[in-house]
Design a protein around this ligand. Structure first.
Ligand code: SF4
Ligand code: SF4
Length: 443
């Protein structure tokens, strides 16, 4: 089997372990699958943390991390059976994985099912062709630049007839409103104007596809916050190409690995001079930043990707770091507000919730609470897929929606674009990104 991702990190996994039960084909990919020791910790309904949302709401053992491992092992052991890898039960089990990375962080043996799913989808795409809906969702970075998209999505959201047609033809749930692009996308092209006397105060903002096209106010808030705090900010852009940069996350998570690699290569090229100059790269969307820190290392992109992974921070991580180093110059103050905070699964996966808590604690007049939730259920486009809509809602109803319902008058902080959609679609006030909250707290 020709693999799409670099699985060499697993080269020695299970070696010499008579019980590792490594499948007979697929080399290091099979070893990555076989790191599961079958403890069934991923089959718990009410545990703290994120793992495993699909098991939590269905109780189906095939839909836990370990359940997927078992099905994959059986398929990878079926050497002369071409169809085993795409057996209907396995396809369903993999499609129901929301790629939350809960298992990578919480499973005692760090099974990385989201990464395994990306390889699995790439294998599926190669064998069966890329399904149209998958192609559409993966190509969001291109579609979002299409001027008529806003009008099309608005029509679709307003018309039950068009919504039903999109469900019938594309498999996009008629019950789920689609995110509408902002009226104006980001107009700013901030560049370093002159060499600052203190290069530690030069930072680069990586603007992801989601915030660029749907939430430009978040980007503006982050820019304003950082410049008010005395940093020179440049928005990352390609030197000879006006096409906005993108991390490639939507391609990667849909198994379109060569497209993801193209985007990653463009981004690396654009960021390399900044990394060499020792600047921090700051991001706003945790799933995009996780791509830069984690998935890029599996794309065979060389040392540049390793260097980038060490220079990327989420905004909240950057502010927390600067506060600790006593370089952060601003005080935050709000007028006695209470807020509930929902962390994106990938914020939790990169350990950024500590930074959220640390920074929010420094906001005078803010009473906040981090909600103990698993995945919100939107998970990129999972909650928009007709066959997954009910599961997605069940995920939201586990803890997130009841907690928000119990305090209908308080503000909500959620940095994740898909979490914001899920919460907004659930009838709650649209959540704010921490960049917006912090900028309000210094204005
Ligand atoms: S995936 Fe992790 S938690 Fe689940 S059974 Fe395997 S080792 Fe245990
Ligand atoms: S990535 Fe999330 S949904 Fe998928 S197996 Fe791991 S914990 Fe479960």
């Amino acid at each position: 089997m020709k693999l799409f991702l670099d699985w060499s990190d697993y080269q020695n996994a299970g070696m010499g372990d008579a019980y590792a039960d490594i499948p007979k084909q697929a080399g290091n990919f099979a070893k990555a699958v076989a790191v599961c020791i079958g403890s069934k910790q991923c089959e718990t309904h009410n545990a703290k943390g994120v793992m495993c949302p699909s098991f939590r709401v269905t109780g189906n053992p095939h839909l836990s991390t370990g359940g997927r491992v078992k099905l994959l092992k059986t398929a990878l052991n079926a050497i002369n059976d071409d169809k085993a890898l795409f057996d209907a039960q396995l396809v369903e089990a993999m499609n129901e994985c929301v790629s939350c990375k809960g298992c990578k962080r919480e499973c005692e043996n760090e099974v990385d099912m989201a990464l395994i799913k990306a390889e699995y989808l790439a294998q599926f795409n190669q064998k069966h062709g890329i399904p149209l809906r998958r192609k559409l969702f993966a190509n969001l970075p291109k579609l979002a630049r299409f001027p008529a998209l806003k009008q099309l999505v608005t029509w679709r959201n307003r018309s039950p007839f068009i919504a039903k047609m999109t469900e019938n033809f594309l498999g996009i749930s008629a019950k789920a409103p689609l995110p509408i692009p902002a009226n104006q996308t980001l107009s700013k092209t901030e560049k370093f104007t002159s060499q600052s006397a203190d290069s530690t105060r030069e930072v680069v903002l990586f603007v992801d596809t989601f915030n660029r096209n749907f939430n430009p106010q978040v980007v503006e808030a982050a820019l304003n916050l950082l410049s008010t705090a005395g940093y020179q900010v440049e928005i990352a852009s390609a030197a000879n190409d006006s096409t906005p940069l993108c991390c490639g996350r939507t391609y990667f998570s849909n198994g379109m690995i060569s497209e993801a690699k193209n985007e990653a290569t463009r981004l690396l090229h654009a960021l390399e001079p900044h990394i060499d100059a020792g600047r921090w790269i700051i991001g706003l969307e945790s799933s995009c930043i996780l791509s830069l820190r984690d998935e890029y290392l599996k794309l065979d992109l060389g040392d540049a990707a390793k260097k980038l992974a060490e220079r990327v921070l989420l905004l909240e991580e950057f502010v927390a770091r600067e506060q600790t180093a006593k370089r952060w110059t601003l005080n935050f103050k709000l007028d006695n507000e209470r807020m509930l905070v929902h962390g994106h699964c990938h914020q939790k996966a990169v350990g950024a919730m500590k930074a959220m808590r640390k920074v929010l604690k420094t906001v005078e007049g803010l009473d906040f609470e981090l909600i103990e939730t698993s995945c919100c259920g939107m998970a990129g486009h999972f909650g928009l897929e007709a066959e997954h809509y009910e599961t997605s809602q069940a995920m939201a109803q586990q803890a997130l929606f009841p907690t928000l319902r119990a305090e209908p008058k308080v503000g909500i902080i959620a940095n994740g674009f898909s979490c914001q959609q899920q919460i907004g679609n659930g009838g709650f006030e649209k959540p704010r990104h921490i960049a917006e909250v912090l900028y309000t707290a210094v204005s």
